[in-house]
Design a protein around this ligand. Structure first.
Ligand SMILES: NC(=O)c1ccc[n+]([C@@H]2O[C@H](COP(=O)([O-])OP(=O)(O)OC[C@H]3O[C@@H](n4cnc5c(N)ncnc54)[C@H](O)[C@@H]3O)[C@@H](O)[C@H]2O)c1
Length: 509
């Protein structure tokens, strides 16, 4: 039987508040508003709020035209003023959940947002935490804030009670930046409520703009399902990265091995090796589970091992640069090295946790003269250095002692890069479809140009290995460091951003 509250969230005139208008919050805000619901977005960053109110999107997946249309008809507004949370019937919390310096969960953003929400709690509100976090956060961190705020605020001076006077759920966001197929509205969304009434109300509200809601019995189940999804990816990526290192030692082509294994029609899922994990999710989220389990005296061995193996990959790539230079009797020190791609995965403008950062810093530490080009990332500022993307000219390619392909953006002209480079290290097998790249480099296909052809003497090309371009080993299959397991789908055509920075490659800070 549907309660009045459920009816109101399912069909009524409601205002939907979204706290945190980043990679998750802004796409959600646009989706909700496009379903006809009034949306009030909250952020602590003035440029974010002002941009949205001008009808501009700062998130690559959301076109500004969509934001502008919603601004024009009054369905979307952004604000810095948390007191306006009182206007909202639903409040979704989409703030960051990073790791602290000691790699423990940093839930300070959730706490800050939770306190603001609690300060404006009123009867009938639905609060949904969407930030990825450890099992127990909704119940142990958010609920106490709301309970405290609701003390004495209920009917006849009683307390506001969860499941009766207000509703609380956890529903993890599954957004996959750059994925042209799976968007907020058509990706099934898991949700768990503190009480059955919370769940019913949560499903009713979200079903207005999400095609498939997946109810589970508790917030902990929902919190853990998200961590399982991301741990699954981290562990499988680590397995294939370790297998790639094994294949390298054995002088076997890992890509051939993977493609052969992937012909098994059951029981095998294809993951592809690369330069290491990146992004705001896969390298971070499993550590939320590890931390939680440490408090229960349990060591999450798979997570720790996966993290260790994946963390080795940037240095493995640097090792390949050293090897390639060694073949032409050059030290890394003093060599000019051009890194192509800085984003953590193709076709996006996000550099958070990108393995490119470690590759750049490590090459720099070894004394190389390093520059990078990424059409989506004009500048990188990290703890150690700040960098500006250089223009990808023929001269830049030809003058570099070694070119390192770190992120295989669709806009890269791989034939041109291959032709003009003197030495080319390809960390994603992006050049796998170029026949010469498969003939010139190492059999393992990390150094694809200039190793002097180290295919073992007398060995024929393995039977069945085609010379044709366009086989299944597309660069896009490498979801290394990405959110999506849907191979190839996260790729999208699209022109390079127009502005290319011509500033010097590196500026010590
Ligand atoms: N980016 C992804 O691909 C992705 C995918 C799935 C889940 N997630 C999870 O979603 C959550 C949000 O990630 P994101 O990538 O959108 O982060 P983000 O950094 O892009 O955006 C977060 C926004 O929250 C704002 N903010 C911080 N504290 C605030 C406060 N107290 N009040 C209002 N606004 C505040 C920040 O200014 C920022 O604009 C994280 O838990 C993340 O793990 C992210």
């Amino acid at each position: 039987m549907l309660t009045d509250a459920t009816e109101r969230f399912r069909e009524g005139d409601i205002t939907f508040g979204i706290v945190g208008l980043g990679y998750v919050g802004l796409p959600l805000a646009v989706e909700v508003a496009e379903s006809g619901i009034r949306v009030l977005g909250f952020d602590v960053k003035e440029p974010v709020v002002e941009g949205v109110n001008r009808g501009e999107s700062h998130v690559q997946d959301v076109e500004s035209s969509r934001v502008a249309a919603l601004r024009d008809d009054g369905r979307l507004e952004a604000t810095l003023d948390p007191s306006r949370l009182a206007e909202c019937d639903v409040i979704s919390i989409c703030v960051p959940t990073p790791l602290g310096k000691t790699r423990d969960p940093d839930v300070s953003y959730v706490l800050a947002a939770g306190r603001e929400v609690a300060a404006h709690l009123h009867p009938g509100q639905l609060i949904v935490l969407e930030s990825t976090t450890y099992p127990g956060t909704t119940r142990d961190v958010v609920l106490p804030l709301l309970r405290e705020a609701g003390a004495g605020a209920g009917p006849e001076g009683g307390d506001l009670e969860v499941g009766r006077d207000f509703f609380l759920c956890f529903s993890p966001e599954r957004v996959d930046p750059g994925n042209p197929t799976w968007k907020t509205y058509n990706t099934p969304k898991v949700i768990g409520g503190l009480t059955p009434a919370c769940l019913e109300v949560g499903v009713a509200a979200y079903s207005r703009f999400i095609e498939t809601m997946v109810p589970v019995s508790s917030p902990e189940a929902a919190e853990m399902s998200k961590l399982l999804e991301n741990t699954f990816r981290a562990v499988n990526i680590a397995l294939v990265n370790e297998t790639a290192q094994i294949a390298d030692r054995l002088e076997v082509d890992i890509w051939e091995v993977i493609n052969a294994a992937a012909t098994k029609p059951f029981g095998f899922m294809k993951f592809t090796p690369g330069p290491g994990l990146g992004g705001h999710c896969i390298p971070i989220d499993p550590h939320y589970l590890s931390w939680k389990m440490r408090t229960l005296d349990y060591r999450t061995r798979f997570i720790e091992l996966a993290s260790e193996v994946n963390a080795e990959m940037p240095r493995f790539v640097v090792g390949k640069v050293q090897e390639a230079l060694n073949e032409v009797e050059k030290p890394v020190k003093g060599s000019q090295i051009l890194v192509l791609g800085a984003a953590y995965k193709p076709n996006i403008d996000d550099v958070r946790e990108s393995p490119a950062l470690e590759i750049l810093n490590e090459l720099e530490r070894l004394g190389a003269r390093v520059a990078y080009h990424d059409p989506y990332i004009p500048e990188i500022v990290d703890d150690r250095l700040s960098w500006s993307s250089v223009e990808l000219t023929d001269e830049a390619l030809a003058e570099a002692d070694c070119v390192v392909l770190v992120t295989d953006h669709d806009v890269f002209d791989l034939e041109r890069i291959f032709d003009l480079s003197r030495l080319l290290v390809d960390s994603r097998n992006a050049t796998g479809a170029i026949a010469e790249a498969r003939g010139q480099g190492q059999p393992q296909r990390w150094i694809v140009k200039g190793s002097g052809g180290s295919r073992r003497q007398g060995e024929a090309r393995p039977a069945g290995e085609s010379e044709q371009a366009g086989e299944s080993e597309q660069a896009g299959e490498s979801e290394q460091a990405g959110e999506s397991g849907r191979e190839g789908e996260s790729r999208q055509a699209g022109g390079a951003p127009e502005a290319e920075n011509r500033m010097p490659a590196r500026q010590p800070r």
